[in-house]
Design a protein around this ligand. Structure first.
Ligand SMILES: CC(C)(COP(=O)(O)OP(=O)(O)OC[C@H]1O[C@@H](n2cnc3c(N)ncnc32)[C@H](O)[C@@H]1OP(=O)(O)O)[C@@H](O)C(=O)NCCC(=O)NCCS
Length: 174
């Protein structure tokens, strides 16, 4: 498991001890995913779903993110990222498909903690199953801005952003 800036926090794979129904980030599709789909995705290995909790209240989900394997066409790789990825027609990638923080907890750094943890796991797993980039699908321009402040670059005309895996190491926690 990744190290966290606070020993009071834990990020772990979603399981039955977590209260999925109580989560509310203000975006209905992200809340619904956690309530109705996430458990099945974990069982079927469609997504890794990682949840952030406080150790003193381990059932209450403060935030979550998902990870899965993807591939991106070479032609879609942004110019700024090209020198860091191989010239294959399909470039392997790890997708952070969703990332959300509970409404009452936003703005206190938890999103940044979740993103750093996701990058750390992406780097770790890429050493076993290769992956040249981290990719995110932002819900809107504001969410895209959150990722851009963390070094991700936009694909043309899209809310999808990428970060070459080589550069992700600088963003993840030690
Ligand atoms: C986007 C979201 C995950 C950010 O989480 P958070 O805990 O509020 O963010 P943090 O407090 O960790 O902020 C980290 C940094 O990102 C910036 N940031 C946060 N939300 C931002 C936004 N919507 N737009 C631009 N920058 C943003 C913060 O200013 C902060 O920058 P700093 O480190 O320079 O101060 C959270 O607001 C959320 O869950 N929103 C609803 C769901 C959503 O939009 N998810 C997006 C991905 S699909």
């Amino acid at each position: 498991m990744a190290k966290h800036p606070s020993k009071d926090l834990e990020i772990a794979l979603l399981d039955e001890r977590h209260d999925r129904a109580g989560f509310n980030c203000g975006v209905e599709s992200l809340d619904r995913y956690l309530k109705t789909q996430a458990g099945q995705d974990v069982r079927r290995k469609a997504n890794g779903v990682f949840v952030l909790t406080e150790r003193r209240e381990p059932s209450r989900i403060l935030g979550y993110y998902t990870l899965c394997a993807m591939a991106l066409s070479q032609g879609d790789v942004p110019e700024a990222a090209r020198k860091h990825v191989p010239r294959y027609p399909l470039v392997s990638a790890t997708l952070i498909g969703r990332l959300a923080v509970s409404k009452g907890q936003q703005g206190r750094g938890l999103g940044a903690i979740l993103l750093a943890d996701a990058l750390w796991r992406a780097i770790e797993s890429a050493s076993t199953v290769g992956s040249s980039m981290v990719m995110v699908d932002a819900l809107d321009e504001s969410a895209a801005q959150f990722y851009a402040t963390h070094g991700f670059v936009h694909l043309t005309d899209s809310l999808r952003l990428v970060l070459p895996m080589r550069l992700a190491a600088g963003m993840a926690k030690p």
